[in-house]
Each structure stands twice: as structure tokens, then as C-alpha cells.
Design a protein around this ligand. Structure first.
Ligand SMILES: Cc1cc2nc3c(=O)[nH]c(=O)nc-3n(C[C@H](O)[C@H](O)[C@H](O)COP(=O)(O)OP(=O)(O)OC[C@H]3O[C@@H](n4cnc5c(N)ncnc54)[C@H](O)[C@@H]3O)c2cc1C
Length: 288
């Protein structure tokens, strides 16, 4: 199938894009890399009058590190994130996650912002954004606002972004505290969406855990931060993470807290089981 006819306009500033969004309301759609939008137009799941192309807005592109903030522009591609020295040094969790996103051709065009705004619960970036406590920078008719990643993903394919707003960037605060991370996903074939995935980011002080953020994806309608696990692991020594009784306590905590949903091929029970499998692997790996 082919998309229905639409108008197209490439814009060169955020203001220009916001003005077009305001003029056309629900009949306008922003396009970033088109990796999700174009298939949905071709399948006639979406039928906008006008596509507003963000490729011409330099302000939305690239990665910077200034003061203690790493900033990823919304139009930065998955491949640019993979090859960024700043990301390799400051947010290596993201470097590790990139190869799990689709295939090279999609990674070359798909963007950080497109993935976050789409809010696919099986996608890697939303989970990483929550695990790394990112702030989502949003531009709208009333100016800029910031929303913490944990409050940005509201429901299946639904975020805190309003129809007349644009995601500009995500910001990550880098502190001097020691940070360790873990990423793993289970998928049927490499490049497929995850059946279940887990992203962790831990802060340590003298090898004790001061903050733990374990985020599961592809288990519910949004990426889920395991809240209860934070108190289970608080002040534990990193070397104790392989202790079987601590692992069992942690597994019990996530399996009691997280309500899993089935997808087309995997039951909710299977996903609940996988919460524990991935957690045990993560805890054992984080020790080393
Ligand atoms: C075959 C295939 C396999 C894939 N596998 C994976 C996978 O394993 N993991 C994964 O995470 N992703 C996967 N993807 C999706 C891919 O990662 C895309 O990057 C992602 O869908 C977003 O695409 P895009 O950046 O091109 O955004 P687009 O498709 O252009 O836009 C997506 C949506 O976001 C909106 N949007 C885009 N940018 C902004 C912005 N700055 N502000 C406001 N709204 C905006 C658009 O209006 C649209 O609604 C896959 C895609 C395909 C086609």
C-alpha cells in the first residue's frame, strides 16, 4: 500500500515548526527519520495533510557535553550516538544499547527523539532514558519545559508531549560518583524488538550502592522502573549482588511489583518469569 497524498514542508527553526503545528493542528505530523512514521503512512494508519520535516533544524542535531550536562539533540541518529566519543565516555550504557536497535539501515536514519516520542514499550531508548534519569526538553507555544523521563512515558505509544509541542533534546547530569551499568535484552533474533529487556544504572560510594535504577522494557505499556528494588539494594555492597538470598529477595520484589502484559507471541507469565531471569544475570554480572 502507498501513503495518501500529503503536503510536505522542510523547516529550519523550531519556531517555524511550532507555527506550522499551531496552524494545522491534528492535520500536521512531524517527521524525523521516518522509520516509524513512513510505514504507518503507507499502511494508512495515519493520514496527515502535511508533514513537517525536522531535518533542516541544526539546533535539534548532535551531542554536546558542557559543565555537567550531556545533551542529545532529538534529531541525533542512533548511529551518531553509537559513534559518539562523548557517549562512549560519559554514558557508555547507550553505546552498549545501540546495536540492539533494529538494523544498520534503520539506525542510520532513526533518531533519539523519534524513538522517545513514539513511546514504543519495546524500544531501547525510552528505557535507557528512564534508567539514566534523563530530562526531556520540550518546546511549545508557551516556551520550553522539562519533564523527567520517568514522567514522560505515560502509556502505550503515549507520552507527556502535547500535539503542539516538539521534543528538542534530552539532558543527562553527569556527577563525579562512580556509576556502573548493565544492559541485556532477550529477542528471537538479533535486531528484533526485545521479548523482555533490562537496563540498569547504579551509583556507588565506596563500593556501596547509593542509588539503583533497574528499568524493564517490553514487559508493560511503558518502560518500568523497579521502585521496590531501590530499597532492597540500598546500601548493599556491590560484591553482595551475587549473594543467592539477595538475588531471591530482589526477584521477589520485582515479580511482586511489576504487572507484566502479554504481547502477540509471549504470555504475561513468561514475561514475569523473564523479569527474574534477567535480574539474576544482571546482579551476577554487576559484581564483576
Ligand atoms: C523494521 C524496523 C525494526 C525496528 N526495530 C527497532 C528496535 O529493535 N528497537 C527500537 O527501539 N526501535 C526499532 N525500530 C524503530 C526505530 O528505532 C526508529 O528510530 C524509531 O521508530 C523512530 O523513528 P524516527 O526517528 O525515524 O522517527 P519518525 O518515524 O520520523 O517519527 C516517529 C514519531 O515521532 C514523532 N516525532 C519524531 N521526532 C519528533 C520530535 N523531535 N518531536 C516531536 N515528535 C517527534 C513523529 O511525528 C512520529 O509520530 C524499528 C523500526 C523498523 C522499521
Amino acid at each position: 500500500m502507498k501513503a495518501a497524498a500529503f503536503n510536505y514542508q522542510r523547516v529550519h527553526s523550531i519556531q517555524e515548526a511550532l507555527a506550522l503545528l499551531a496552524n494545522h493542528g491534528d492535520n500536521a505530523k512531524l517527521i524525523a527519520g521516518g522509520q516509524s512514521l513512513l510505514p504507518s503512512l503507507n499502511m494508512r494508519l495515519s493520514n496527515p495533510e502535511i508533514l513537517i520535516d525536522l531535518q533542516g533544524i541544526a539546533e535539534l542535531k548532535g551531542i554536546t557535553f558542557e559543565g555537567s550536562l550531556v545533551r542529545i539533540g532529538a534529531m541525533t541518529t542512533h548511529t551518531e550516538i553509537q559513534h559518539s566519543k562523548i557517549i562512549q565516555e560519559q554514558l557508555p550504557l547507550l553505546t552498549e544499547a545501540v546495536p540492539h536497535i533494529a538494523h544498520r539501515a534503520i539506525r542510520n536514519l532513526g533518531t533519539w527523539g523519534g524513538s522517545c516520542v513514539l513511546g514504543d514499550p519495546a524500544a531501547e531508548w525510552p528505557a535507557c532514558a528512564v534508567a539514566l534519569d534523563a530530562m526531556m526538553v520540550i518546546a511549545g507555544p508557551k516556551g520550553q519545559r522539562k519533564v523527567a523521563a520517568k514522567d514522560f512515558f505515560l502509556d502505550l505509544y503515549t507520552t507527556a508531549l502535547q500535539a503542539d509541542e516538539i521534543l528538542v533534546a534530552s539532558e543527562f547530569t553527569i556527577t563525579s560518583a562512580k556509576r556502573v551499568h548493565y544492559f541485556e535484552e532477550l529477542s528471537r533474533r538479533h535486531g528484533d524488538y526485545a521479548v523482555t529487556g533490562l537496563v540498569c544504572s547504579l551509583y556507588l560510594e565506596q563500593n556501596k550502592i547509593t542509588q539503583s535504577r533497574f528499568v524493564y522494557f517490553s514487559v508493560a505499556s511503558i518502560p518500568l522502573l523497579a521502585q521496590g528494588l531501590q530499597s532492597v539494594l540500598h546500601n548493599q555492597s556491590i560484591s553482595d549482588l551475587s549473594n543467592p538470598s539477595l538475588i531471591a529477595q530482589a526477584q521477589h520484589s520485582v515479580q511482586a511489583e511489576i504487572q507484566t502484559l502479554s504481547d502477540l507471541t509471549n504470555s504475561a507469565e513468561m514475561k514475569k518469569h523473564l523479569l527474574g531471569v534477567l535480574l539474576e544475570r544482571a546482579m551476577k554480572k554487576l559484581v564483576s
